[in-house]
Ligand binder design. Sequence first.
Ligand code: COI
Length: 368
Amino acid sequence: MTNFAGLNSTEMSNTYTSNLHIEKVETSKLQDVNFDDLAFGRTFTDHMFMCDFIDGQWQQPKIMPYQSMPMEPSARVFHYGQAVFEGMKAYKDDDGNVFLFRPEENFKRINKSSARLAMPEFPKEYFFEGLTTLLNLDKDWIQPGVGNSLYIRPFAIAIDSAIAAAPSENYRFMIICSPAKAYYKGTVKVLIAEQFSRSANGGVGFAKAAGNYAAQFYPTNLAQQKGYQQVIWTDADTHTFLEEAGTMNVFFRINDTLITAPTSDRILDGVTRKSLIQLAADNDITCEVRPIKVSEIVEASNNGTLKEIFGAGTAAVISPISGFEYQDTYHELPEIDASSYSSILKQKMLNIQHNLADDKHHWRYEVK
Ligand code: COI
């Protein structure tokens, strides 16, 4: 199994000499967890990874028991939101082998996000050694079987005790893990944004910057008051082009063609999004990557050619949308069944992630 450097896991452990410090828990919390009743992102594994950037250098990386941490109220992250994050998942097959899915994509993207937020890039060796060591320590928290995963949250924050509006000099990079099942229960109804925006040209929409998500909460609350779970974001200038759905990229199916918006400085380069574009090609499903007008979707809904809309992201994988509201009119979508593109592509994706299907693009990374 090749890894980020094109080496297999054994070769990798021979080429990098670690100074990772490990402090293990005395008693695992695992026996207290009810895996049949997991709310997304509420339960955390026994250990966490931490590495500070002080005096212009990344310090000794550490794994320690998951715990709260003291921080100065003046830490810059609290005032200016200088923070970036990633979402990844680990999966276990029936033989107990643990896999990540395209982890180098997440590694590259967190550094791209950091650069945009004037934060230092994190070293690749620290990231992969910290991550794989953490997963080995907490692998009993990963349940086998499709539908189960361990959600992995790498993130970096500005920790300077200073409230001048300037980039921090000191940072903390961390990884925490949470056992996960479905992100959304059932289908999702969405409201197409006509007033609010999640990102703008020249902004940070392409980055996984914490503030992108905070800015969605208020418009999403308003949508929820109207009975919608999420908002489909449109371009900030004209609100006429469809961009993302909630915290996910979004795909539309008109007749038998899938359409998704091109990435830009407003749209996240989602790992699930790019994998689905490839899986569509592999399965002879036409997928157009091009700007999509709201009017095109409304017209397709009115003439019966709009077959599906679905969100795509790490946490939710594929989340089918059952209907949308635009300009006070609700449009119901056809019911999803096993022949829907969202069902076909989701199954193909999960089978690769869970080591149940051939992995011809070498997306799986075995954690050894
Ligand atoms: C993910 O899908 O991993 C995300 O980052 C979305 C998150 C807000 C749960």
